[in-house]
Design a protein around this ligand. Structure first.
Ligand code: NAD
Ligand code: UDP
Ligand code: UDP
Length: 319
């Protein structure tokens, strides 16, 4: 551990800190008074997400790919680096697996040397197209090992394996969060995700693209709620490792989401249907009993409320 002058102020590494979730996490940790080191290769993240921190005295950015070793001195690590949307993680699938697997090995090696806590941003995708609903953490999942989503799903599953093996073998303090669909300002505009697609289409007056019959479900967590969960998880007792689901359990069909977006944007866009992508899960909803019990966490912001700042963000960037 790095000796610090002030007990409560930590130096915290956030990998993927220039991305959507990472940049909100960086903001929160700085607000709490910590020093933050952001390591990001800017593959899907942008400097724009962190430009407001340019001259912040406690913030530092390094352009770094976590598939390569990193030698820095910190007290805690949040490992978020990884492209998260299908378009982006399928662009270079081998690099996606490397980021999850080699990246985890390097960040775990770093945490092992520093004897510091490390949190992994895992995903509901480890459950694949789930045969159990809602998903609890003891469900082992239903994942295609050779499909187009496998580089992400299996990469994240292997990263979880590595976290638990470093925990058992090296007594490393680990935290594994299984994050479900999250949305909010700074989402990518062109990443093909449903929330960004629908909002941008509605703002441009273009047709809203419902894949399949639009009756598949997802549950959407507003970014501020998710960040609360990640920070609470990191601060939880050492005995609580997770994996723990973090997400909003209120389920919506894609058709219902489209209607909410239309209402919030006051758009005149109509719906069109398009084919369902391969391996598209039919439903997804977290069981958050574990987070509620161990972290006293549950989301506070419902979809209609969270869509307001999200729509405002997209309005500011859609020409
Ligand atoms: P994002 O694409 O906005 O952020 C990922 C960041 O990682 C980007 O800034 C990118 O440049 C960086 N990155 C990618 N590969 C890297 C590498 N090899 N080395 C260094 N940096 C690299 O995605 P996000 O939505 O903010 O997701 C953050 C994390 O949360 C990811 O690990 C993702 O799998 C996980 N997650 C997100 C969601 C969600 O709904 N957003 C859901 C489940 C899990
Ligand atoms: N590593 C790193 N930073 C460190 C320490 C280790 O990036 O401060 C990397 C290191 O390059 C190695 C990986 O983490 O490839 C795993 O380290 P570990 O000590 O677990 O394994 P070993 O070095 O014995 O293979
Ligand atoms: N989807 C849709 N129209 C779009 C984009 C996505 O109907 O323009 C659907 C997609 O088929 C999936 C759901 O919305 O069933 C969520 O897709 P997303 O890619 O956002 O997240 P994930 O599938 O990873 O949960």
């Amino acid at each position: 551990m790095v000796a610090r002058l002030y007990d409560s102020r930590k130096k915290i590494l956030v990998t993927g800190g220039a991305g959507f979730l990472g940049s909100h996490l960086v903001d929160r940790l700085l607000q709490q008074g910590h020093e933050v080191l952001c390591a990001d290769n800017l593959f899907t993240g942008t400097k724009r997400n962190i430009e407001h921190l340019h001259s912040h005295a406690r913030f530092e950015f390094i352009r770094h790919d976590i598939t390569f070793p990193l030698f820095v001195e910190v007290d805690e690590i949040y490992n978020l680096a990884c492209p998260a949307s299908p378009i982006q993680y399928q662009h270079d699938p081998v690099q996606t697996t490397k980021t999850s697997v080699h990246g985890a090995i390097n960040m775990l090696g770093l945490a092992k040397r520093l004897k510091c806590r490390i949190l992994q941003a895992s995903t509901s995708e480890v459950y694949g197209d789930p045969a159990v609903h809602p998903q609890t953490e003891d469900y082992w999942g239903h994942v295609n090992p050779i499909g187009p989503r496998s580089c992400y799903d299996e990469g994240k599953r292997c990263a979880e394996t590595l976290f638990f093996d470093y925990h058992r073998q090296h007594a490393l303090q680990i935290k594994v969060a299984r994050i479900f669909n999250t949305y909010g300002p700074r989402m990518h505009m062109a990443d093909g995700r449903v929330v960004s697609n629908f909002i941008v289409q509605a703002l441009k007056g273009e047709p809203i693209t419902l894949y399949g019959d639009g009756n598949q479900t997802r549950s959407f967590c507003y970014v501020d709620d998710l960040i609360d969960g990640l920070v609470k998880l990191m601060e939880s007792p050492a005995s609580f490792t997770g994996p723990v689901n973090l997400g909003n359990p209120t389920e919506f069909t894609m058709r219902e989401l489209a209607q909410l977006v239309i209402a919030e944007t006051k758009s005149s866009s109509k719906f069109i249907t398009q084919p369902l992508p391969p391996d598209d899960p039919k439903q997804r909803k977290p069981d958050i009993s574990l987070a509620s019990k161990h972290l006293e966490w549950s989301p506070k912001i419902d979809l209609a409320k969270g869509l307001m700042p999200t729509v405002a963000f997209f309005r500011s960037i859609v020409g």
